[in-house]
Design a protein around this ligand. Structure first.
Ligand code: BGC
Length: 492
């Protein structure tokens, strides 16, 4: 009886070693990857193309409160990097009287003048707006007069400035400032500005945080050829705002943006909403005044997303401004005083350089970055198997081509003849889990069997003998499992 039992168990183990691993290997589906093209583009009504927001500075309660004080050299740095536009968010509401005539503080005006002048000196199109006027979002009607008084003072103050200074009425109207109320405020503010600035570009955007979905409710002042329409773009929000402390609840960190077909479509569909709307509105110029992914997302995903959104906007003649220069989304590192090159290149792609994007679901992988055309990028994965009972086992690199060179089981050299996307594909390996389960099952079976034999005296073995036999079986099974797992490792 004992003999028969061990035959069955050895047969099962044999089957397990030879057939099960093949049956249980699961491969992940290969997702379709993004292709990237560089394009040139023209916008109808403006010379704006590629811009950046100097955020978290003048729209903080006081400049510096959020860690950014605008420096003289920023504008040169921005222009030399290839941007033609700067958007400067400004919290005027914190620097103006709360009762009529709602006078803007002279020193604050001086500070804004200095910033605007430095920007204009660099030949940058310079957008100033009203930003973080939180109170108007809560009680729009109570703040209507003050909002209009702010624009009256700002527009009079800058009436003689060059036409490369643009006004943007209000950042991200939301809350109680619904489309209906906002449309009325737009009409009023535009007519006040036009008294002193008949042809200055004025940027207006839809309600609900400048959402493309609210464009259909936006009323553009009729007959004014110098209106530009803005929208903000942070889709998918769970990716761009992961870990954002100012969002409640904050989307969890760890979401990647790979650029598969579905992810791309989500973006192009939204951009197309804006384009379709503009087509129905005399091809009015569009400006994607903010887009960006917060620094808590992984850099490779940020680069892929930023590159994709910027290029898709350009293909549609949409001017853009990245959110933002040197803070939480920053393309520029203010401590090292240098651009974060991966992000800068995603915004303004350098000639003859391509992004090699490498990605892995498990462990870590080296090699993401911008490389010269014709060079090789070395890609290396840190681990090839992770976990104990159910293991994640590195299977292969997806996206390799004929000119790529495999160096060893975890390293490959990728030839850079265009943008490359390489993904480490993993599979689940349940062999150890199955072997362990089976081993435990067998041990339990033998133990029960021996116990029963002893109890019903089917054979003349006493309990001590039974324990001895059981231990012997356990020991041989243990040895067998170890040998089996060693053999599996060697096969890999
Ligand atoms: C806000 C910023 C915020 C950004 C992204 C901007 O409009 O002013 O405070 O960081 O959007 O959420």
């Amino acid at each position: 009886m004992k003999k028969d039992f061990s035959k069955i168990s050895f047969l099962s183990l044999f089957l397990l070693f030879s057939v099960a691993p093949q049956l249980i290997q699961a491969r992940k589906n290969n997702s379709q990857m993004l292709t990237v093209k560089s394009t040139t583009f023209e916008t109808n009504n403006t010379k704006m193309h590629r811009g950046i927001n100097i955020g978290n500075a003048l729209e903080a309660p006081n400049e510096g409160d959020w860690g950014v004080v605008i420096k003289d050299e920023y504008f040169k740095i921005i222009r030399e990097a290839g941007f033609d536009t700067v958007r400067i968010p400004i919290r005027w509401s914190n620097h103006a009287g709360s009762v009529p005539p709602y006078k803007i503080d002279d020193n604050f005006f001086k500070r804004v003048d200095w910033v605007v002048n430095k920007s204009l000196e660099q030949g940058l199109i310079t957008i100033i707006n009203i930003h973080h006027y939180e109170e108007i979002m809560q009680k729009p009607e109570e703040h209507e007069d003050r909002f209009l008084a702010l624009w009256k003072q700002i527009s009079e103050h800058y009436r003689n400035y060059p036409d490369t200074l643009y006004f943007e009425l209000l950042n991200e109207p939301n809350g109680a400032l619904t489309s209906d109320i906002w449309n009325k405020f737009i009409e009023e503010a535009v007519s006040i500005i036009r008294e002193t600035n008949p042809t200055r570009k004025i940027i207006i955007g839809p309600a609900d945080w400048n959402s493309v979905y609210k464009l259909k409710e936006l009323k553009v002042p009729e007959g004014d050829k110098n209106i530009i329409v803005t929208f903000h773009f942070y889709t998918p929000f769970e990716f761009t705002h992961q870990g954002a402390e100012w969002v409640s609840p904050s989307p969890p960190v760890g979401k990647k943006w790979i650029g598969n077909e579905a992810e791309q479509k989500q973006i192009t569909d939204e951009l197309d909403i804006a384009v379709r709307w503009a087509t129905e509105h005399n091809n009015i110029s569009l400006f994607m005044g903010e887009f960006g992914a917060y620094s808590k997302a992984d850099m490779a995903s940020r680069v892929r997303w930023t590159y994709f959104v910027a290029r898709e906007a350009e293909k549609r003649n949409i001017a853009w401004a990245y959110w933002e220069f040197c803070s939480g989304f920053g393309a520029y590192d203010p401590v090292k005083n240098e651009w974060r090159e991966d992000l800068l290149n995603a915004l303004i792609p350098p000639p003859n350089k391509y992004y090699v994007s490498v990605d892995t679901e498990h462990g870590s992988i080296l090699g993401s970055g911008w490389y010269n055309e014709g060079s090789y990028a070395t890609i290396k994965i840190s681990e090839t198997s992770l976990g104990f009972l159910v293991q994640d086992v590195f299977d292969h690199f997806e996206g390799l081509g004929s000119r790529d060179i495999v160096i060893d089981a975890r390293t490959v050299k990728v030839y850079v003849n265009g943008p490359r996307i390489i993904r480490a594909v993993w599979r689940k390996d349940y062999t150890m889990a199955l072997l362990t389960t089976l081993g435990v099952g067998i041990i339990l079976g033998v133990a029960i069997l021996l116990y029963k034999i002893q109890r019903f005296s089917l054979l003349s073995v006493d309990f001590r003998n039974a324990t001895l036999h059981s231990s012997l079986v356990l020991f041989s099974l243990h040895t067998f499992l170890r040998l089996g797992s060693l053999k599996l490792k060697q096969q890999r």
